[in-house]
Design a protein around this ligand. Structure first.
Ligand code: FAD
Ligand code: NAP
Length: 535
């Protein structure tokens, strides 16, 4: 079976970092594969999110593939946190280096994937009219690839241009001389707002929920630092794989904020704040994400920093998050976000208090006020984790639709497979650490595990491998139990599906830790894929 024919060993949906690495590994293992990608080139997230200020918030040296020592030695990152163009160049370099594009069909969206019981294969159709059958179907569709524009009436009447950060025009946007409105203050808003403010004549930020954000302390990487990192790469990568969140943090502390003396706590938080990393603060004590009182100590620490940075006390209070515990919505790293609100050309509007009523021909109207705007930016996020999967009409055994199966929220075994959907795999799917980790580490772990799994099935001459309903139930219970032990399910976050009206409220990722999760997956494999049936 070879690519080019209508029946292949495997079909991969998506050519971001997941789909690219999956293609490479499947080829190495001797499987013929074809990738379908809706975008016109590789890179996924980094192909689509071209808004000003877009960059990673996991350090570049760690937010990169580890599978090939030559690749990690030859590639040169220039900044502590690489910009979107640099990460996209990296994705292109990888595509060239491993000759990936010859098996990728771009500008092609997969619309349906139906399991055919008789032939024991997946039948996949696309918007370009392709139909192909494959034994294995691998969903590398991403967790944050379905951009979400809010359900505000009147957008069709707006006479100016509007943009979503996750679908930014390739040619860039010049806001010079314009009155711009940005809706949304998650990571995308927090990264883009400072740069839009510098360019636009006036910027109005429409904020529903203020977010916890820490200074990134981004800087060019020095040759000495890079040399040292590269020399240490084997240990650095292993530390990341064996950590809770996929970065080389070392052993987590067991000390509790609630038992610490206030001065000592302050000192430790200051040191965490200075680090300029996503986990600088949350790693300071073991109880911050599980105990509300402990969490309040770090939340108040961040609010104090915001009050120091923002000159106008009323604006500072609006920006200081008080409605959710620190870390229960994904925290952000920023460069000059809070100080942007000291600029004369920037205004902050609290749309929780004064909700957006409609978009008008010339701007936006809240319940109380009309704002004249030349351009609108939606930094309103994504239908996360399940959105890209349920965007495809996936049907398993007996024609059962995944949309039906997941009507009450996603259910999977290990976040990688779904009972009733044989030979289907989801990379960084709901029920795996995924978005709670350095995604590169989680992507590589899933891809390696899936390739081993399908190789195992092939070696056993099995045509199907499928999670059992019992194993799935046990896993889902475990995922929920671990989440309930933390404060994370208490927030209206996209982890909970709360940003999409009508979406079931389920904590989707697995919060047990990258290290624990890897061990569980390895144990399952070592026990001949316990919890799966082969036929
Ligand atoms: P994606 O990169 O999302 O790729 C999926 C691809 O599948 C897309 O190109 C999409 O077009 C395609 N696709 C989806 N559905 C279909 C279909 N039906 N048919 C055909 N093609 C389809 N993670 C981190 O760990 N660190 C970071 O610093 C970080 N920064 C981020 C910044 C932004 C702005 C965003 C949005 C996310 C960020 N993430 C970060 C998460 C990021 O998504 C992952 O790190 C990683 O890039 C995901 O790779 P992926 O290949 O799994 O998914
Ligand atoms: P997000 O975190 O979901 O933020 C969306 C923002 O839009 C929120 O402030 C939300 O308010 C607001 N919003 C949504 N609908 C609205 C409405 N109808 N009216 C008013 N406000 C509305 O999305 P994101 O910023 O794109 O980030 C998504 C994820 O992508 C991040 O959490 C992160 O994992 C990743 N990311 C990473 C980086 C990085 O730094 N490397 C950058 C961008 C994205 P509510 O909070 O009230 O819902």
């Amino acid at each position: 079976m070879h690519a080019g024919s209508d029946r292949l060993d495997s079909v991969i949906v998506g050519a971001g970092f997941s789909g690219m690495y999956m293609l490479h590994r499947l080829r190495q293992a001797g499987f013929a594969a074809r990738v379908y990608e809706a975008g016109s080139d590789v890179g996924g997230t980094w192909f689509w999110n071209r808004y000003p200020g877009a960059r990673c918030d996991i350090e570049s040296m760690d937010y990169s593939y580890s599978f090939d020592p030559e690749l990690e030695q030859e590639w040169e990152w220039t900044e502590r946190y690489a910009t979107q163009p640099e990460i996209l160049r990296y994705a292109n370099h990888v595509a060239d280096r491993y000759d990936l594009r010859r098996d990728v069909q771009f500008d092609t969206r997969v619309e349906t994937a139906w399991w055919d019981d008789g032939q024991a294969c997946w039948i996949v159709t696309t918007d370009a009219g392709d139909q192909l059958t494959a034994q294995f179907c691998i969903m590398a569709v991403g967790c944050l690839s379905t951009a979400k524009t809010p359900e505000v009436p009147g957008l069709d009447r707006f006479e100016g241009p509007w943009y979503h950060t996750g679908r930014w025009p390739h040619e860039g946007v010049d806001f010079t001389g314009q009155r711009v409105g940005v809706i949304g203050t998650g990571s995308s808003g927090i990264q883009s707002i400072p740069l839009i403010a510098e360019q636009a004549e006036h910027l109005t930020v429409f904020q529903r929920t203020p977010n916890f954000s820490m200074p990134a302390r981004n800087a060019p990487l020095t040759p000495d630092f890079v040399e040292q990192c590269k020399a240490d790469y084997p240990e650095r990568r292993e530390l990341a794989r064996r950590s809770r969140v996929g970065v080389p943090l070392g052993v987590p502390t067991e000390e509790l904020a609630t038992q610490a003396d206030a001065d000592e706590r302050e000192q430790r938080f200051c040191a965490g704040w200075e680090k300029g990393t996503l986990f600088g603060l949350s790693a300071t004590y073991a109880d911050l994400l599980i105990d509300k009182a402990a969490n309040e100590t770090v939340a108040e620490f961040v609010r104090q920093r915001i009050r120091e940075i923002v000159h106008d006390p009323e604006t500072a209070e609006m920006l200081a998050p008080k409605d959710h515990p620190f870390g229960t919505k994904r925290p952000c790293l920023d460069t000059g976000y809070f100080s942007t609100f000291n600029r004369d050309n920037v205004a902050l509007v609290n749309v929780r208090k004064d909700p957006i009523a409609e978009i008008t021909a010339h701007g936006l109207r809240t319940a109380d006020t009309e704002y004249d705007l030349d351009a609108l930016v939606f930094a309103t996020g994504f239908d996360a984790m399940t959105g890209p999967l349920l965007g495809i009409d996936i049907r398993g055994r007996n024609g059962v639709a995944l949309r039906e199966r997941w009507a009450e929220g996603p259910r999977s075994y290990l976040g990688v497979s779904v009972a009733g959907f044989p030979n289907l795999f989801t990379i960084t799917g709901p029920g795996s650490p995924s978005v709670l980790s350095n995604m590169m580490v989680s992507i590589e772990q899933h891809v390696d595990w899936i390739v081993d799994c399908v190789t195992f099935a092939r070696d056993r001459r099995s045509t199907t491998i499928e999670a059992t309903a019992e194993a799935q139930d046990v896993w889902v219970d475990h995922v929920n139990e671990v989440a309930a032990f933390t404060l994370l399910p208490t927030a209206n976050s996209w982890y909970m599906g709360a940003n999409v009206p009508g979406k079931p409220r389920v904590f989707m990722p697995y919060i047990g830790g990258v290290d624990v999760y890897r061990q569980i997956c390895d144990d399952v494999a070592a026990k001949d894929y316990e919890g799966f049936t082969l036929a």
